[in-house]
Design a protein around this ligand. Sequence first.
Ligand code: BGP
Length: 465
Amino acid sequence: MNKEFLWGSATAAYQCEGGWKEGGKGLSNWDVFCHSEKNSVNPVTGDVACDFYHHYEEDIRMLAEGGQNAYRFSIAWTRILPDGTGRKSQEGIDFYHRVIDTCRKYHVEPLVTLYHYDLPESIYEAGGWENRNIVEQFVEYARICFEEYGQKVNYWVTINEPNYETLCCYGFGNYPPNVKDLGRRWRAMHHMLLASARAVAVFRELKLPGMVGLVSDSYPIAVLTDNEAHKKAAHMADLFFNLCVNDVCVKGAYPQDFVDQLKKDGYDLSYMKEEDPSIFADGCVDYLGINAYNRYIAEPADGPETNLGVNNTGDGKKTKFQIGNWFSLGEDSEMEKTPWGMEINPRSIYDLLMDLKRLYPQIPVIITENGVGNYDEVVDGQIHDQYRIAYLEGYVDWIERAMEDGCTVLGYFVWSTMDVYSWINGYKKRYGLVYIDYDSDDLVRIPKDSYYWYKNKIQNRRKSF
Ligand code: BGP
């Protein structure tokens, strides 16, 4: 197993692969959503995206030439099991063998995510994550992947961001099924956590080498006023954004005050079954993957209304975000923001890592995503993304400080390896270290200044990490 610090970058299947109808692949909920009139905000699709399906060798080679020794990608469930369950596709299975073998050829450690938002359409139509049947369907899929690739993959992720994904699906309502109903959200998230825990148990049963984790979008929570009401709001925000996922997958149980609050709110919790606590306890992860993008400022809620408004708009505009009786979100006007209104606050990753060390000293962390979305421009064939360099430089420095102060961090992955489809913002919000010219016939790749900066950084930091 690679004991070196993992310096990499990340992508996800729907966002980069394209080839949506190739290689025996079945339809996913995102394929269908993007082709429907519900996809009105930014009506583009991932049908072709960066065409990683045909360019994977080039992309992995460029990543390796950029000094990176690790690549995080996700498997499309619909390439392995086109109908979600039952019939396997050998063509799809072979595709990921080629991707993993290509990583090995370039001495790149693959970190493989089983589920990153794209659900087989048939499973989605049967209720998706709201239907408990999905737990064993996910296990069927996970088992195939573990058996196929388990001897050549050392780092696995069961599920990407149970929290943010369900918040978008059932809170903001901008991911399929596009509804605003937090009760349905908590139910879907419960099933995701169960599915993850069951997959972890199968991984252990197969006695595979390597480690299995879950990727959690986690947020440092701060207050601007230091009093009891604000502290309470911060704790409620922590339950809502972090602890309801992290406690379950690391410690094997929900925080009691989280469950108490759901009861107080009157949610029907009959989906929480008697056997679930032992499933959670038997499926604790080996490491926690952290996607670090933003910090939240907590304030007391001003009443029982819940209002999630809209998020992720490129004009930086934000509407009120309040979870009735729990907390609301404020803003630190002093902080610099990205065009999408996210705080640029490198120090916050240090605070987050120190919190995780305090809460979960038993397991290490991998930063599985960190990066900044922007409107990049090509000038004389180059992309001078100084803002991205400044952002990444700051975050890497503060991670290093957290490591010096005792945090066990095994790796760091920039989001993203190259520009990819952005869920709500299509192709205009770019995160890549490599620019994709979407107008060119063969989707030409151009390394940005940040790509060279990262290469240099890795070379210098390898000595100290
Ligand atoms: C994370 C997702 C990624 C990626 C990233 C940027 O939440 O795991 O898939 O998309 O966010 O998000 P966006 O493209 O919406 O800015």
